[in-house]
Design a protein around this ligand. Structure first.
Ligand code: FES
Length: 178
């Protein structure tokens, strides 16, 4: 390489890729806009999914009747439970048939017929000392054992007796029918 050519190469300005003012402004404004939008949207997303992130409440018990009032004869009790389903809260009214079993232990049956879900009743002229369903004639004995029409025994509530009161918890399959 001759001397002149070498000098030309040495003095050639280095080409740098520079950002135009327009590019700089659009990057800066775009970044700031995204940051601000994130600040506004993230709390909304958090709010929307918050109930799903909460740990599920362990089956809670509801005080329903004094233990001294429970006899061998089933009696109907109505009570309310507080339910949280995602962001929807409600206090549905529930019902149970409470009595004492042959060992004197309090137990509570679900009133929902295992055939198609009508509400059962206890005893009367048409079904003495039995639970009966008005819809299609299902019958259950005092322990909730299915005798007719229904395919399964009545469910039971979990029961807790504390301080002279009976508390009912979630439903579970019947424990009294062998
Ligand atoms: S729903 Fe009870 S017998 Fe059909």
């Amino acid at each position: 390489m001759d001397h002149n050519k070498q000098q030309e190469t040495v003095h050639q300005p280095v080409k740098r890729k520079e950002m135009t003012r327009r590019q700089f402004l659009s990057y800066t404004l775009g970044g700031a806009g995204a940051f601000m939008a994130g600040g506004a949207i993230l709390p909304m997303i958090r709010f929307a999914v918050d109930p799903l992130l909460q740990p599920k409440q362990a089956g809670s018990f509801v005080k329903v009747i004094e233990e001294s009032k429970v006899t061998n004869e089933p009696q109907q009790v109505d009570f309310k439970v507080h339910q949280v389903d995602g962001w929807y809260e409600s206090d549905p009214k529930l019902q149970a048939w409470i009595s004492k079993d042959s060992a004197g232990k309090v137990f509570a049956l679900s009133p929902v017929c295992k055939h198609l879900g009508c509400l059962i009743g206890w005893s009367g002229a048409e079904a003495p000392n039995l639970y009966h369903c008005p819809c299609h004639g299902a019958r259950y004995d005092k322990n909730g054992k299915n005798l007719k029409v229904a395919p399964k025994p009545l469910d039971e509530y979990q029961v807790k007796v504390e301080g002279g009161w009976v508390y009912l918890g979630p439903l579970e399959p019947n424990q009294h029918v062998k």
